[in-house]
Design a protein around this ligand. Structure first.
Ligand code: ZN
Length: 269
């Protein structure tokens, strides 16, 4: 499931290759024929990312709302677009670039009032400069729900997924089962600042790398895939900080990973 940094990268890619140009839109699969017809021949003004949502705004035309969900995929390229294979819901061709959308949970036309309703239901997105961490704090500080579950709730923070959840909690030594109401405000504010830094780095590199220099197995060289994180998918392996076995358990339908020593019960950061 793509996290916010991936969605932002997709938006950046569309802005680089498709925006400012007249698009030819089609729905080879046929499930978005009407929508494709509505944007066909319009100029893509910009693609905006909010959390895990994408909004393609067309000049003088409608907006297309895309949410990839678990199985959605956006592929793109330059040059002649390939023969559409599989279920291509939406194909855009503009200038020398093309984009195919397959299997998304949502691909729909959306109007400004509907966008406003949708955005009002989303928490602040750490990748947006205007995001207010106190909006998230309001929900967290009033909740008995575990912080590990709250972080996955898009109403609390938009764009955070399973990897950032696990790594962020570890970096701040927070017990994932701690009720939101027991987290300290200063801990949350430093978690937020960290999330902004980590997610911005994710946009730059396309990877989630959370291990601090002092905790790296080797001081130099690029991190290997299995060296990038503290706890994510490291169940059964020794904690990089204390050596305790990393544990895993399902929380909000996704595997949570944590160190039971560094993030001991009740540890509020
Ligand atoms: Zn540990």
């Amino acid at each position: 499931l793509p996290e916010g940094h991936t969605i932002r990268r997709l938006a950046n890619l569309q802005n680089k290759f498709l925006a400012g140009r007249v698009v030819t839109a089609s729905s080879p699969q046929g499930r978005f024929t009407g929508g494709a017809a509505a944007i066909d021949g319009h100029v893509l003004r910009t693609t905006e990312a909010v959390g895990k949502h994408l909004f393609q705004h067309y000049r003088g035309g409608p907006t297309v709302h895309i949410h990839l969900g678990l199985f959605g995929k956006l592929t793109s390229g330059t040059g002649e677009p390939p023969e559409p294979t599989g279920a291509v819901r939406l194909r855009l061709v503009a200038g020398h670039a093309w984009m195919d959308l397959r299997g998304a949970t949502t691909c729909e036309l959306i109007d400004p009032p509907e966008i406003a309703v949708l955005l009002a239901r989303l928490g602040p997105d750490p990748l947006r400069g205007d995001a207010d961490p106190l909006r998230a704090w309001k929900r967290i500080s009033r909740s008995k729900t575990a912080i590990g579950a709250l972080l996955m709730d898009q109403k609390v923070v938009a764009g955070v997924g399973n990897v950032y959840r696990a790594e962020l909690l570890f970096r701040h030594r927070v017990d994932p089962f701690l009720p939101g109401a027991r987290l300290r405000e200063e801990t949350w504010m430093s978690m937020w600042a960290d999330l902004v830094t980590l997610m911005r780095a994710g946009v730059r590199t396309g990877r989630i790398e959370t291990v601090l220099a002092e905790d790296r197995p080797r001081a130099r060289g690029a991190l290997k895939r299995d060296e990038a994180g503290y706890v994510y998918r490291r169940q059964g392996l020794p904690c990089r900080v204390c050596g305790t076995e990393i544990r895993t358990e399902v929380m909000v339908a996704r595997n949570l990973f944590w160190c039971p020593h560094c993030q001991a019960p009740g540890n509020a950061g």
